[in-house]
Ligand binder design. Structure first.
Ligand code: ZN
Length: 704
């Protein structure tokens, strides 16, 4: 689901004290003696094949494979076959979940005299795309859209952010009974619909402005990588920030035998109103006819006319008939049992379902997953066995709302208390620029992995990552000095992919990786094998790179003597979040709030983390006890009561923002209470945070 355009990750410039590892190093954090492991890693790195990854990508993207379709089932069987060939114990795990498929989606626009201005949606087409005419391509629609038939005046709401809707309110524009048109970008599309619904709108049109991922950026497909006129971004508008997964079963797994009586109303996480995605080919006549005030500063897109806010000049008729059924989806789970700590799971995951062909999103991730499994399989044939159990997971129905991963996590919540890491990949390759997000305890770990894998551009992935980061800094933020050698910034985890249930529901330390480039065909028919080989990775070398990184994450974590978590780094980041929240509270006039206890608790945790790090570096003594204490530390961030108003989200340090959706809100209970100017709730959430930091410190202290 990952949308490149929506990333607005908070990068922190903190001194990084985690030990860094580089290729060929004799040591790695978490290992008493790395030389034997280093040989196993070298053996692994030789196996993932660019040629095979390319063949796998071609097979996976031969047909559109939306969740729950026969073509999706075929890809599940294909992945299971490859897992078994690698020697993994493999099962296909079905769930029955509520999904909508479109029966009718129609948009018509009229001028005040009743003349027709447009009808749509127009079929996605360009000159020369070899994949666009397949009858299995689903018409553009939004997952979780309501059904209905409405005719109304239109209002343009820019990106549909909270500040955009506030601006409309300042302009005294009433949205009751209106159809809101928003451009994609900046936040999660479900947030746009949520805010429109709250303000009384009866329908939402979501369109891709050429300024954001079309000709304003560069040549459109098939000349270049950007979105052509008829390209549409499908996507879910589920209210994921309430809870992800099957909308009828929050907190409960939708197994095939789950009684219907255990299901709840889906409107806890679904909109009531219609929403329909549009190309700019179809949106342009509506926007051009729209009258009312000219748009505020920053709202003008790249279509060749002056944009207006509305209402007036055009009326739109929307018809949406969605076929909601409980449908069967299929996760595929491949297991390599661990010899020493079989209950300690190292989980690698990627979703398999695509809106259409999904060459980049998610099939590049699936090809990388398969080649990582291929490499682990070669080690198994040589007699190697991991210390901890490794699970390779191919999730289904991620696009509709992280459904396959969420249901599986809900089913295995108890066992996941022992899981030591979840390594996600979704959009594995859209270009050459490596990027990673992680919990702070694993930022040093992912830097170390990147230092151990070579880049197709020469040097290590770590070096290329650093180069591209410095390059982007210089372009975007000239006042910020380039990052130092050990200061590659690793982003925080928000939402928008399958790490969400692992980290934010049950507290499994997680990472997410990708290799990025110009990518304007997200969730359209044009995200296909032809686009991929022309624009992203013609020789599949980046698929190979991502397979190596992903497999090495699993391997190094599974065999570590000591779990390579850096809790001093984690505590320092939390300390910075508390400082930032404090200045925000002061600005908001909430002067009575006392941040000192939470700040002191973060400082105590940092001290405890530094002491434990010495023991981790030594990797000697009672390792079982040390590892248990380290694992309990992340668990300390899980609050059983969950966040205020959204109990499914239980991590007190990270959650998707209610108004951003994709990007993380740090210490969300505290920050969202400050945003709402609710001082008593903020004080209560500061207590929850302080207690959780103290639990983490106690866990770390118990290891000494
Ligand atoms: Zn995806």
């Amino acid at each position: 689901m990952r949308n490149l355009l929506a990333f607005s990750i908070l990068f922190l410039f903190l001194p990084v004290s985690a030990p860094s590892q580089s290729a060929g190093n004799a040591s790695a954090f978490g290992y008493a003696n790395f030389s034997a492991q280093s040989k196993i890693e070298t053996q692994f790195l030789a196996v993932p094949s660019a040629r095979l990854a390319g063949e796998e990508l071609k097979s996976l993207t031969a047909q559109p494979h939306m969740a729950a379709t026969p073509e999706d089932h075929r890809t599940a069987n294909y992945v299971a076959k490859r897992f078994r060939a690698a020697g993994l114990e493999t099962e296909i795990v079905p769930y029955r979940v509520l999904l909508n498929w479109p029966k009718v989606v129609r948009v018509e626009a009229y001028d005040p005299a009743g003349h027709l201005l447009m009808t749509g949606p127009t079929r996605e087409h360009v000159h020369g795309d070899p994949y666009q005419n397949n009858p299995h391509v689903v018409m553009p629609f939004n997952g979780s859209s309501g059904s209905g038939d409405v005719t109304a005046e239109v209002v343009y709401a820019n990106y549909g952010r909270l500040q955009d809707f506030n601006k409309l309110a300042d302009l005294h524009i009433d949205l009751h009974g209106k159809i809101v048109i928003c451009r994609y970008g900046s936040n999660f599309r479900g947030v746009k619909v949520y805010l429109a619904e709250q303000r009384g709108a009866v329908g939402v049109l979501l369109y891709s402005d050429p300024r954001d991922d079309g000709y304003y950026k560069g040549d459109p497909w098939p000349l270049g990588p950007w979105r052509p006129a008829t390209g549409v971004q499908r996507g879910s508008v589920q209210y994921l920030f309430k809870y992800p997964g099957d909308p009828e079963t929050p907190g409960v797994a939708s197994t095939l035998n789950l009684p219907v009586s255990n299901r709840v109303s889906p409107y806890g996480s679904q909109p009531h109103i219609i929403s329909i995605p549009l190309s700019y080919h179809d949106a342009a006549p509506i926007l051009e006819a729209l009258r009312g005030p000219g748009v505020p500063q920053g709202w003008q897109g790249a279509l060749p006319f002056r944009y207006h806010v509305g209402p007036g000049g055009v009326r739109v008729h929307l018809v949406s008939r969605q076929d909601y059924q409980r449908r069967i989806i299929w996760d595929v789970i491949g297991t390599v049992p661990g010899t020493q700590y079989p209950n300690d799971w190292v989980i690698v995951g990627n979703h398999r379902d695509a809106w259409v062909y999904g060459a980049v999103d998610p099939s590049s991730g699936t090809a990388a997953l398969l080649e990582a499994a291929h490499g682990i399989g070669a080690l198994l044939r040589s007699g190697w066995r991991p210390k901890r159990t490794i699970l390779f997971c191919s999730w289904d129905a991620e696009e509709e709302g992280l459904i396959g991963s969420t249901e599986w996590v809900e089913q295995h919540a108890k066992a996941l208390d022992h899981a030591v890491a979840y390594f996600n990949v979704d959009v594995a390759v859209s270009g050459p620029d490596f990027s990673a997000s992680a919990v702070p305890s694993l930022k040093g770990f992912i830097r170390g992995i990147a230092s151990s894998v070579s880049s197709p551009l020469g040097g290590t992935v770590y070096q290329q990552w650093r180069n591209s980061q410095i390059h982007r800094n210089e372009q975007k933020t000239p006042n910020i000095p380039p990052a130092g050698a050990d200061q590659i910034r690793v982003g925080g985890l928000g939402s928008g992919s399958d790490f969400t249930p692992f980290l934010q529901h049950v507290g499994v330390p997680s990472t997410d990786i990708g290799s990025e480039g110009p990518y304007g065909v997200y969730h359209s028919v044009f995200d296909n094998f032809a686009w991929y080989t022309q624009n992203a990775d013609p020789h599949f070398l980046y698929l190979q790179e991502m397979a190596r990184i992903l497999g090495l994450e699993a391997l190094r974590m599974a065999d570590a003597d000591v779990l390579p978590y850096d809790y001093a780094a984690y505590a320092h980041e939390i300390g910075a979040y508390i400082e930032a929240a404090k200045s925000k509270a002061t600005q908001a006039g909430l002067k009575s709030l006392n941040f000192a206890p939470a700040a002191a608790a973060a400082a105590r945790m940092a001290t405890a983390g530094e002491k434990v790090r010495d023991r981790e570096m030594a990797a000697s003594g009672d390792l079982v006890g040390l590892n248990q204490a380290l694992r309990r530390t992340e668990e300390a961030f899980i609050s059983p009561a969950g966040l205020p108003g959204r109990p499914w989200y239980r991590h007190v340090i990270y959650a998707p923002g209610e108004f951003t959706g994709y990007s993380a809100v740090d210490i969300p209970g505290v920050n969202e209470a400050i945003d709402a100017k609710n001082a008593s709730l903020a004080a209560q959430q500061l207590d929850v945070l302080t207690q959780s930091l103290d639990r983490a410190t106690n866990a770390l202290d118990s290891a000494r």
